[in-house]
Design a protein around this ligand. Structure first.
Ligand code: DGY
Length: 316
């Protein structure tokens, strides 16, 4: 009998094909929705392997129901949706998808900086809504990206990739990180100094006990009134109520968010009413090439586990 693999969202057939040789593959049939919690908890009672998405809560309750579980592969570099302590206690291996999404996520981060600073979404809407009356001297004016200062919070692989892009825009780069790094093109700054001096504050940190709520009312008040906040890290790092107040009162100039405390962002969320905010639906790594590369890493980990080979990209 083959071990059971449960996949919580529909993945492309070709990404999964090879796994049928070694697993009995059970895959939730919907692409737009994760398997409901009850279904996941039912499947883990038998599964030896789980292929999970960011929207799945892989918590202690789940591990306690999963006597056969050996491995969880998470289709993301971030793994804040997985309780690693509980995984360790239950001897379950957890893997993620580092490196392959670095440049793609840096592209999206830069795209959000440009889109927000140059009001691209708002400008496009003006054209399509027939509101474009004439060229006007101050119409649709934004903020310069080139030559500005970007402050990166969380200088990991993606931060360094954003830093490389910033060189092409002649930007000054400062960063704040758990540990200081010796970087040629970026200087370390204490958080408050970074917030005071940056034209773009770019969050690329993971969500941890230390980063949770790191940017709140006090921190936003330190930013320049011409500054733009970009978050491509995790939603819980920014206090969204405080951000709403700061944007609504023009205490900061704009924000671009790819991640939110609650995903999907509810339609009636106050942030949805703001015109100085650009929002995207957590698409940092969403290119065809990168998503296939991420699935490949997860698939290799599953195959290695089934064949009792060393497993790469373990986070525990
Ligand atoms: C990740 O992999 O953690 C990203 O947030 C997904 O886009």
């Amino acid at each position: 009998m083959k071990p059971i693999l449960f996949i919580t969202q529909k993945l492309p057939t070709e990404a999964v094909a090879e796994l049928h040789d070694v697993y009995e593959v059970r895959m939730w049939p919907e692409e737009e929705r994760n398997a409901p919690r009850e279904k996941l908890l039912e499947e883990v009672k038998e599964a030896q392997a789980l292929w999970t998405m960011l929207g799945d809560q892989i918590d202690r309750e789940l591990f306690e129901l999963a006597p056969h579980l050996k491995i969880v592969v998470n289709l993301a570099v971030g793994y804040n949706n997985v309780d690693l302590d509980a995984a360790r206690e239950h001897n379950v291996i957890v893997t993620n998808t580092p490196d392959v999404l670095t440049e793609t996520t840096a592209d999206l981060t830069f795209a959000l900086m440009l889109a927000t600073a140059r009001r691209l979404v708002e400008a496009e809407r003006t054209v399509r809504n027939g509101e474009w009356q004439a060229w006007t001297p101050m119409g649709m004016t934004g903020q310069n990206v080139h030559g500005s200062t970007v402050g990166i919070i969380g200088m990991g692989r993606i931060g360094e990739a954003v830093c490389r892009r910033a060189q092409g825009f002649n930007m000054e780069v400062i960063y704040h990180n758990r540990t200081r790094k010796s970087l040629e093109d970026a200087d370390y700054a204490e958080l408050d100094d970074l917030l005071k001096h940056s034209d773009f504050v770019v969050i690329l940190a993971p969500l941890t006990e230390q980063t949770k709520g790191m940017i709140g009312e006090r921190e936003l008040a330190l930013m320049k009134d011409t500054a733009i906040l970009i978050n491509c890290g995790r939603g819980g790092i920014v206090d969204e109520q405080a951000l709403y107040e700061a944007l609504n009162s023009n205490a900061i100039w704009g924000a671009g968010l790819d991640v939110f405390e609650q995903e999907p962002l509810p339609l009636d969320h106050p942030l949805q009413t703001l015109s100085n905010l650009t929002v995207t639906p957590h698409i940092g790594s969403a290119t065809v090439q990168t998503r296939y590369a991420m699935m490949e890493l997860n698939k290799k980990a599953l195959l290695a586990c089934a064949n009792s080979k060393p497993i790469k990209n373990r986070v525990c």
